[in-house]
Every structure is written in C-alpha cells, then in structure tokens.
Design a protein around this ligand. Structure first.
Ligand code: CTP
Ligand code: CA
Length: 236
C-alpha cells in the first residue's frame, strides 16, 4: 500500500512569525510592557512547521515555553530590537506574520541608573513617551520599494473590541487599509476571549478581494486555518 500523501501545503515555504510582547525599558530595573502571552504566535509557528514550512520565530517576552522543532528562533526585548530582527529575517521569507504585540510608545529617555524617590512628592517623575516604529508598515514599504525581494504575503494581527460607533470588523478593515498589508487577522477580544485564553475567533480580512475567512477554536486550530488559507493564495 502507498502511504497517504503528506498534508504539507507549506512545503518549501519560509514562514517568519513574530510573537510575544515587547518591553520598553525605563531604567535598569523597570519597563513598560503588555499582557501578550505569546501563545498565538507560538501556535502559528508550530502549525506552520506542521504544515511543512521552514519556520523562523522571533519571540519577544512571553508567558509560555518556546515551541520546539522550529528552524530558527531569535529572542528580542524592545520594539526596536524586534524591528531590526524582523526586517532582516523578512528578506528571506515567503510569508511574514506579525503576531507580536509591539509597544506603540516607549519612554523618551532611558535612565542609566535606577530612578529614585526623593523626599519631595513634587519632584515625582513624569514619563514622556515617544512613538515606536511601525514594523508592519515598514515591511510593506520595503516590499513596495523592491517587489522581488519582499515576502509574498505580509500578515498583521489586530485585537479589536469595537465600541458604540464601530464594530471590531469596521476597525479591522480600516486598519488593514492603513497598514497596507495583504491580510489582517482580526481577533475579537471580549472578557472571555483573546489575551491568554484558549479559544479564539479570528476573522481573516484580505486586501486583494479574497473572501474573509472566519475561524474559531484553539489558538492552534485557528492558526492552522489561517495558514491553510494563506497557502491557497501563495504563487509558485
Ligand atoms: N505592529 C507593528 N509595529 C507597531 C505596532 C503594531 O508591526 N509599532 C503590528 C502588530 O504586530 C500587528 C499589527 O501591527 O500585526 C496591528 O497592531 P495594532 O496594535 O492592532 O495596530 P496599531 O496600528 O498599533 O493600532 P492601535 O492604535 O489600534 O494600537
Ligand atoms: Ca498598537
């Protein structure tokens, strides 16, 4: 009997995944951070490997163990470190998935020594923030500058809650247009879904007329669905 053909739609493809939350240092012992667990990015990296891809994971700060069996793993801390590593690694990738929670801002100044209290509360520090680079937009801009060099597919992730004036998907569509990426996976965050939880709902929006895909399940299941969807839209 012949073995069943392997289910590897990403065979021969190089997939770059960023995961986790960046930390923006204030002084040698303090930082600004976020609650990203890294689970979604890790699930994407593991699922891409399972589907036959060569996988490079760039991990910022996470709450869970790094997946094993990947081809390359790079650790970073701040948004600027993540930017450097991602822009270099993207040059060799077919697909880039930005699942990392990148801090939008960082402290304008880094204190070389631990910030101390004084006796006078009037002297308490005020932290000024400056904007971090938008890595996803830079990936898109670099590709526009040199179409052959860039990855075929650039995928963003967005956690959206919606509000009185707009739904999560309204915000997702606007973000997809603003970022200029090919796909945006919109994660609908509520009290019981999203950060740190096991079940996710993803709506995968396309910039190129592909019908949106809605998928629900564990972070691994939605990752696999997203990657199969992407695999269908990769050229040779
Ligand atoms: N992203 C990025 N660089 C940044 C901020 C975000 O590459 N400085 C990426 C994220 O990794 C994600 C996508 O952009 O894939 C969307 O992130 P999100 O925070 O939802 O978008 P923002 O443009 O920062 O919008 P918001 O004001 O809603 O935070
Ligand atoms: Ca943001």
């Amino acid at each position: 009997d012949e073995a069943a053909p392997a289910d590897v739609p990403l065979s021969g493809r190089r997939v770059l995944v960023t995961a986790g939350g960046t930390r923006e240092d204030l002084d040698p012992v303090r930082f600004l951070g976020n609650r990203s667990s890294g689970k979604q990015g890790f699930a994407l990296a593991s699922a891409a490997k399972q589907l036959g891809a060569s996988v490079h994971l760039i991990a910022a700060h996470v709450e869970v163990e790094l997946p094993t069996g990947l081809d390359t793993v790079t650790r970073v801390s701040s948004a600027r470190e993540l930017r450097e590593a991602t822009l270099v690694a993207a040059q060799g990738a077919d697909v880039v998935i930005m699942a990392a929670a990148v801090a939008d801002f960082r402290p304008a100044d880094y204190a070389d020594f631990k910030i101390k209290k004084t006796d006078d509360p009037g002297q308490d520090p005020v932290i000024h923030l400056v904007r971090n680079p938008d890595i996803l937009r830079e990936l898109v801009e670099h590709r526009s500058a040199n179409r052959e060099a860039g990855p075929q597919l650039i995928v963003g992730f967005a956690a959206e809650t919606g509000d009185e004036s707009a739904s999560p998907l309204d915000y997702g569509r606007a973000k997809l247009a603003r970022k200029g990426c090919d796909y945006l996976a919109v994660n609908t965050v509520s009290a019981t879904q999203g950060f740190g939880t096991e079940v996710n709902t993803l709506t995968i929006l396309s910039a190129n007329g592909v019908e949106p895909l809605v998928t629900q399940g564990t972070k691994y299941e939605v990752s696999e669905d997203l990657l199969r969807h992407l695999a269908q839209h990769l050229n040779n």
